[in-house]
Design a protein. Structure first.
Length: 371
């Protein structure tokens, strides 16, 4: 492919992960060209919940490191990014779930994270709007919320980053072809287009997970923490069939953002009314007062999931010059800063801040594919 060199690195995709990668590379002095078709993706549709998850050691390490990055960013984020360190309450509906909360506390505390086990009375004092018969909760104080689309604009406002509206239709190592016929080259290309990456790299083992969210009208603030049932983790990683779980986030505007749902394999952008009803019923089960509030909008989005639940961060093993930052599923906004640092460190031949082996693309692309 005869192509004009336009930058040190081309980043394809201007969602939160692509923007964070562009920023991390620009901060290392590289000239970065960001190409995006402005169709919108998971970043615009996401909940913006910044949280530590601990299903496995790699996920815990990446999310905990990323949360610290978010806290480091916080003083510099514009007000429109709506960053808040409001914490998460993992709700225990019975004694069995309270035992799960205690085990979760042990894992997070071992990692040096701020967390506290609340009994029933302490939980009622912290969040009176919850139903009265809950057994307790785990409070994770370092978790937060953010409005990711405005963070993208902040990340890309760097002197070494150029942003261009363009549709990439072909990849050839460290070069790309655009829909208008132009061919651009760089020292490396980073692919960060979420579930749409399969159109450019059909060999990528990414599966869409559709989610739906609903936001209420503005009301006096009665919920302070993000509320998540402990059954969420089981729901989030359920391998087959649609699932719902209670996830309620207070926004700085006085609105409540209500989730969550998951559907495998669907690319239909429409709202599934039956699943939405199940999701809302689950939320009202935990916060009965939600039934009296007005909803003003609901929408859906597609998360890109990898087979083992970990993102792909690093060089494509069979396409020299191509780097991948994909497959974050529901943790893309949370882990964007950590993912960017892992990718940039590899690309710039630095020592990564975390072990990279669990995230290298070669684990899921072991054999050469015909490109």
């Amino acid at each position: 492919m005869n192509a004009r060199r336009c930058a040190d690195v081309i980043v394809v995709g201007a969602g939160i992960v692509g923007a964070a990668c562009a920023r991390a590379l620009a901060q290392r002095g590289l000239e970065v060209q960001v190409l995006d078709d402005y169709r919108g993706g998971a970043t615009a549709a996401g909940m913006g919940h910044l949280l530590v998850l601990d299903d496995n050691p790699a996920e815990l390490a990446l999310s905990a490191y990323s949360l610290q990055c978010w806290r480091d960013w916080a003083p510099r984020l514009p007000a429109g990014c709506a960053y808040r360190n409001n914490g998460t309450l993992w709700l225990a509906a019975d004694a069995e779930e309270l035992a799960l909360a205690a085990a979760k506390q042990q894992r997070l505390s071992t990692h040096g994270l701020d967390c506290e086990l609340l009994g029933a009375a302490a939980l009622r004092a912290a969040e009176p709007a919850l139903r009265a018969d809950l057994h307790g909760a785990l409070k994770v104080g370092g978790d937060g919320i953010v409005y990711a689309p405005n963070v993208v604009d902040w990340l890309l406002a760097h002197e070494h980053i150029r942003r261009c509206r363009a549709q990439v239709v072909e990849l050839d190592g460290a070069a790309v072809r655009l829909a208008d016929g132009r061919r651009l080259a760089a020292g490396a290309v980073v692919l960060a287009t979420g579930i749409d990456a399969g159109a450019l790299c059909p060999e990528l083992p990414l599966t869409p997970k559709k989610g739906q969210l609903l936001i209420t009208d503005r009301y006096p603030r009665e919920i302070r923490h993000t509320l998540v049932e402990l059954g969420y983790v089981k729901s989030a990683h359920q391998a087959t069939g649609p699932s719902v779980a209670c996830n309620i986030q207070p926004r700085p505007t006085g609105q409540l953002l209500i989730g969550s749902s998951r559907q495998f394999g669907s690319r239909d952008p429409g709202i599934d009314g039956t699943l939405l009803a199940r999701m809302l019923k689950r939320a009202v089960h935990y916060v009965p007062g939600l039934a009296t509030l007005n909803a003003i909008r609901c929408w859906s989005g597609l998360r890109a999931a990898s087979p083992d639940g970990q993102p792909l961060l690093g060089p494509h093993p069979h396409r020299p010059g191509l780097w991948l930052a994909l497959g974050h599923e529901g943790l893309g906004i949370t882990t964007a800063p950590g993912s960017a640092e892992l990718l940039a460190a590899q690309l710039c031949d630095e020592r990564p801040p975390l072990p990279v082996a669990p995230f290298l693309p070669q684990r899921l692309l072991p054999e050469a594919a015909d490109a």
